[in-house]
Write a protein that binds this ligand. Structure first.
Ligand code: ADP
Length: 497
């Protein structure tokens, strides 16, 4: 292996990767980045837990290492391939051999041993970084979210065990600062962390062990998924307790907007749509709108704007504001098709709203990829009223599908949607509607603006077409990540030479 090729080996460490296991945008990112990075000479391997859904999809598997004991049982490290991804998979049934959601049990409670489950993911990453596999030594370990965030800490604290190994550079990406992996300090020894690590400049966080905190403390670079979110997380309001540390580390923090998998999201060639289309024959969306309305039991005649939602139902996504704004939406003559699942109160709230406005509000509670595509391909506008949004993917899909995004002006929504204000309309560059602050009134005004723009057909078409012409794929983000890797590797080489 030449030095140049080795320089570009990146081990991506994540608890989710599409299409093997997905609960949210994290999986979309880790699933799409490897292929997008390949043209930049970056060779990505992804280390994932061996959940049943992962193990059953492996197309090739070879055992490359056996751990007699990994947090309570034996484990095998597999080198594997699936869905075009090069993988390392931790086959540890005592940690991951459970069906269903990767994080919570059937009752929706966190698995009791999540600390051990994701410490294992991080520990194996660090061991690989320290030369566990003679034939595979990454130059960069790219840890995603709290589940992988102990990797930089293990690299630091366990370096003494392998004195000759050069430590790889580390990048910590925060996909959502709200999820931090906070566990009792009593687990320190169990997690194979030294007593000295329970300190403010170690893994200690509000008296316990903070996985994400540790990653942010020790990673060479910190990235998050949009420039605006990178700024927001360094403020008291947006920092969720970690803003102090992030401000101290400001020089290594950056934001890279996510891309969308354009092969999965392509209105010209989408098997989930009754009618495919391009930006020059948008009239063909009408058939999709009809199918969407039928699927959601919406019976209004053709001439009414149809708002769509595809979302987790959580406080973050601001959908309680939409519930409150529904009377306004209905009074504008608009309809709503909502697909989502999550908080029971919101699920019930939307079920009740649908029951109270039959033929106008359609609600499907659940997770349904095909239906998500139909909403993007058939609704007039897609609502994303998030209180905070690290990047957001649904507004990118909406733009690509000619569903005009109506979004709150936060995080990645701010960075990806150009508001249809007068100047942007006059310049012909608007791609959606933004509103601020994220309140019921703000959302109601945005709904009003959307309905009025929609009725002035030509301006609306222009916004749709602009959105569809906006590059939302992985080319640009991948170039940014490749640059980040180059810089951090060069810095490391400079520091150790
Ligand atoms: P987050 O990761 O915070 O949930 P993102 O917008 O970054 O939000 O990513 C959400 C992803 O999950 C998108 O690909 C979206 O289409 C998909 N998604 C969310 N809810 C559903 C659902 N109920 N059914 C199908 N897909 C969904």
């Amino acid at each position: 292996m030449s030095r140049a090729a080795r320089r570009r080996r990146v081990l991506s460490v994540a608890s989710e990767v599409f299409p093997l296991v997905k609960t949210g945008g994290l999986a979309d990112v880790t699933g799409a980045l490897p292929a997008a990075l390949a043209p930049h000479g970056v060779e990505t391997r992804t280390l994932v837990p061996g959940y049943p859904s992962v193990i059953e999809k492996l197309e090739r598997r070879d055992e490359v290492h056996r751990f007699p004991e990994l947090f309570g049982g034996p484990a095998e490290l597999l080198s594997a391939e699936a869905a075009g991804l090069e993988l390392f998979v931790i086959d540890a049934p005592h940690l991951y051999g459970r069906a269903g959601n990767p994080y919570v049990d059937q009752q929706g409670r966190d698995w009791h041993d999540n600390a051990q489950r994701f410490a294992a993911l991080s520990l194996v990453a660090a061991e690989i970084g320290h030369g566990l596999l003679p034939r595979y030594v990454p130059r960069v370990i790219h840890a995603h979210d709290w589940q992988a965030a102990l990797a930089p800490a293990y690299l630091r604290y366990r370096a003494a065990r392998r004195p000759k190994a050069a430590r790889p550079a580390t990048v910590m990406t925060v996909h959502n600062l709200a999820f931090q992996g906070h566990f009792p300090a009593a687990l320190l020894t169990t997690l194979l962390l030294p007593p000295a690590s329970l300190a403010i400049d170690g893994v200690e966080y509000f008296g316990g062990i903070g996985f994400l905190k540790a990653g942010l403390q020790f990673a060479d670079r910190i990235s998050t998924v949009s420039p605006t979110y990178a700024s927001e997380i360094r403020t008291h309001e947006g920092g969720m307790g970690l803003d102090g540390l992030l401000r101290v580390r400001s020089e290594v923090v950056s934001g890279i907007v996510n891309g969308l998998d354009e092969a999965v999201w392509d209105p010209r060639n989408d098997p989930h749509l009754p009618q495919t289309y391009t930006r020059s024959n948008l009239g063909r969306r009408r058939e999709n709108k009809r199918a969407l309305k039928q699927r959601f039991g919406i019976e209004t005649a053709e001439m009414a704007p149809l708002f769509g939602v595809v979302s987790r139902l959580s406080e973050q996504k601001g959908l309680d504001l939409l519930l409150a704004a529904l009377p306004r939406l209905l009074s504008l003559g608009a309809d709503l098709a909502l697909l989502g699942s999550g908080d029971a109160a919101l699920e019930n709230g939307f079920r009740a709203a649908a029951a109270g406005a039959p033929g106008r509000i359609g609600v499907v509670i659940g997770y349904d990829e095909a239906l998500a595509h139909l909403i993007q391909g058939g609704s007039d506008a897609l609502l994303v009223p998030s209180r905070f949004e690290p990047c957001g993917l649904t507004q990118l899909a909406a733009m690509r599908y000619g569903a005009v995004p109506v979004v709150s002006r936060v995080g990645g929504l701010n960075d990806t949607v150009i508001d249809a204000n007068e100047a942007a309309l006059a310049a012909g560059v608007a791609t959606g509607i933004q509103f601020a602050p994220t309140t019921r009134e703000g959302l109601e005004q945005a709904l009003g603006r959307a309905a009025s723009l929609w009725s002035g057909r030509r301006a609306w078409r222009r916004i749709q077409r602009n959105g569809m012409a906006t590059p939302v794929g992985w080319e640009r983000p991948a170039a940014h990540y490749a640059k980040l890797y180059r810089e951090v590797v060069a810095e490391k080489a400079g520091a150790t030479s």
